[in-house]
Design a protein. Structure first.
Length: 95
């Protein structure tokens, strides 16, 4: 993987799809983060929140890795990811 595959020029049709895909990934990640925080605070045990923590982080890293290996524009995917973060955190009234 080199810089040309990381920052390739997507077509105009790919831009909204990449942002939407990143948004979907970000939405799932930050909703799982909310659930993860609730599990930690609930205090029923340590294994479930730890497994969820490792699973959501690993799944996100694997998806971003696969996107990068297949030549998808990571900056556009991460833009969607950050937009989803803003939306989810705003809904939870967290700045």
């Amino acid at each position: 993987m080199n810089a040309s595959t990381l920052f390739f020029s997507p077509t105009m049709q790919q831009i909204p799809l990449l942002i939407a895909g990143g948004g979907l990934l970000g939405w799932a990640y930050f909703r799982a983060l909310r659930w993860n925080a609730w599990l930690f605070v609930k205090g029923d045990g340590l294994w479930r929140p730890l497994i969820l923590l490792v699973a959501r982080t690993t799944l996100t890293a694997v998806i971003l890795y696969v996107c990068a290996r297949n030549g998808l524009s990571l900056p556009l995917i991460l833009l969607g990811f950050l937009i989803a973060r803003y939306v989810v955190m705003r809904k939870e009234k967290i700045t």
